[in-house]
Design a protein around this ligand. Structure first.
Ligand code: J2J
Length: 543
């Protein structure tokens, strides 16, 4: 196993193989087999482009050769920050073939996140689009290179300027590449994060492909399935639950959308015959409103998945009537465990639960603060272990000691209860994270950036309830007495530091002290109550 990664203990690895979870497949082989079996079928649709399995397979080979010519080697880490374009798939399958390791970054990430990833992962290359959604990623690359001189290559899909053009890399594959083994790390996902710095999640070919197979089975995917990717494809949910890779695993067709608005997504559903798509709860609300108020043909759609954050039962109840399809709740995490409501589950389960584990070998424990099992039906900290849940973050020994139990259970940080029929209901969260409509914000990361401002004495970031996003972020800030600070100034400061926009606090509250807990820690619970009360008072017209 690669240095800094935690393999499953050998007896567990052996067990997962014997149980038939890990079948010794790799991503490179998976694509090769589809290309051989039905090469002319469409794998990816993007605008006017339709790419067959055979074409995708050939592109991956040629790009793998090009990457190798450029000096990329097996196990080299490569930051991939690409939007929903076909090159994303050509790039990752090429890297899979070579055994180089994509580090999946999100399009919203900026200098702060990318520089950290480059340094922490000791990245050899950084792959970006030229301009996307009005943002010039080449300018970001300029800043990144200045701050992270170890980065050897910047590769650009599109107009490369002074960098390497992805288009120029497609080369002739002269000899076979010795690909990775199934038990090798295939790539790194990013954790939603609870600490000052994001954690890297190493996933193996074996474990991830197992999660694709289970996902595809539960979502009843086959070669006729058409998956619409509206969320950023690098995220674990649209990548694997069953997502784009699960769809390719099943031999179906992936349609790439360049945005998630009904104006973009609904016509694609009709034109391409989309059967399944995945959204986050705020998008469910937008789609429900749009579908109810205009006439659009959504008839091909069988399944609308909602996940990444908790969907309200009120919204869940409306999906079947308004959208004319089955709702599937998905509760998952990039670290592994994914839960689904099943397509034939009764309405009550689909509306009121976040599903049940996808594998019979997923182990779930619900415990109290002292790691003791809670009473049946009680709410507790959710711990999990299984054939596709990691045993440790990459190079994070100190954090791993807290995030995993001695016997290998991952502490999800979520509070859940189990229904008598074995479905999970997410009741809250113990981790210091804000879930902003599916975008995860680690409080400590934002607090550290705030503390870097010379006028800030102390900072505490908490969630405040929001009707649309579920939660937004509120930063409580104690300024130095002598420094007149404004919220706008602080937000601009964070933006200048290169923090992704979704992490910039929605609201800043100045105060001269923080409420404390019994043991003298900042009481985030009290801060959350404070902001709720303050907003209720402001909204109350009698005051
Ligand atoms: C409540 N909270 C949820 C849900 C995730 C599939 C689906 C989602 C993710 C994902 C994923 C939730 N209700 N339905 O990787 O493969 C919160 C929990 C969880 C955290 C994980 C997948 N679905 N969550 O969202 O790594 O707090 O993965 O621990 O981004 O999102 O976040 P992430």
């Amino acid at each position: 196993m690669m240095e800094g990664c935690h393999a499953w203990p050998e007896e567990w690895a052996e067990r997962y193989r014997q149980l038939g979870c890990w079948r010794g497949e790799t991503f490179g082989e998976m694509l090769r087999q589809h290309a051989a079996a039905h090469g002319d079928r469409v794998a990816i649709v993007s605008g006017d482009r339709r790419i067959s399995y055979a074409e995708l397979d050939a592109s991956a080979d040629r790009l793998a050769a090009g990457f190798r010519n450029l000096g990329l080697r097996p196990r080299d880490r490569v930051i991939v920050q690409l939007p929903n374009i076909p090159q994303f798939f050509e790039v990752i399958f090429a890297l899979f073939r070579l055994g180089a390791l994509p580090v999946f970054s999100l399009p919203a990430h900026r200098k702060s996140e990318i520089v950290y990833l480059c340094e922490f992962a000791e990245a050899a290359a950084y792959i970006i689009p030229d301009i996307d959604m009005g943002f010039d990623y080449r300018e970001l690359a300029d800043q990144v290179r200045e701050a992270a001189p170890g980065l050897r290559q910047v590769i650009v899909a599109g107009d490369a300027g002074k960098y390497v053009a992805l288009d120029d890399l497609y080369a002739e594959l002269v000899d076979d590449i010795d690909g990775p083994r199934p038990e090798d790390i295939a790539f790194f996902q990013l954790s939603g994060g609870t600490t000052g710095l994001p954690k890297l999640i190493p996933r193996t070919h074996d474990d991830y492909i197992y999660s694709l197979r289970m996902s595809a089975e539960i979502c009843a995917l086959n070669e006729h399935s058409v998956y619409l990717a509206v969320l950023p494809v690098a995220h674990n949910y649209p990548l694997s639950s069953p997502g784009t890779l699960g769809t390719l695993y099943a031999g179906g067709k992936v349609v790439l959308a360049r945005g998630a608005s009904p104006d973009i997504a609904f016509p694609l559903i009709a034109q391409e015959g989309v059967t399944i798509t995945a959204v986050v709860p705020p998008l469910v609300l937008i789609w429900l409103d749009a579908a109810a108020s205009r006439r659009c043909d959504l008839s091909p759609l069988r399944v609308l998945q909602a996940g990444g954050a908790k969907l309200s039962a009120e919204a869940a109840k409306r999906v079947r009537n308004v959208m004319g399809c089955t709702l599937q709740q998905v509760y998952g995490m990039a670290e592994g465990l994914v839960n689904y409501t099943r397509l034939d589950d009764p309405e009550d389960i689909v509306v009121n639960t976040q599903g049940r584990p996808m594998s019979p070998y997923d182990e779930i424990r619900l415990v109290d603060d002292d790691d003791r099992e809670v009473e049946p039906g009680g709410t507790g900290h959710l711990l999990t272990r299984g054939p596709y849940t990691i045993r440790g973050y990459y190079k994070a020994e100190k954090h791993n000691a807290k995030a995993f139990t001695a016997d290998g259970f991952y502490r999800t940080g979520d509070l859940a209860r189990l229904t008598p029929s074995g479905y999970l209901v997410i009741e809250g969260r113990a981790k210091d994270q804000i879930n902003r409509g599916g975008d995860k914000v680690a409080a400590e990361e934002v607090e550290n950036h705030l503390l870097a401002h010379p006028g800030v004495h102390d900072a505490a970031v908490v969630a405040m309830p929001d009707e649309f996003l579920g939660e937004r972020t509120c930063a409580f800030v104690i300024p130095y007495p002598s420094s007149p600070l404004t919220a706008a100034e602080l937000k601009a400061f964070l933006r200048e530091r290169g923090l992704a926009a979704y992490k910039i606090p929605d609201r800043v509250e100045f105060t001269d002290s923080f409420p404390k807990t019994g043991v003298g820690k900042v009481s985030k619970k009290t801060l959350r109550e404070l902001i709720v009360n303050k907003r209720n008072e402001l909204a109350d017209p009698s005051k």
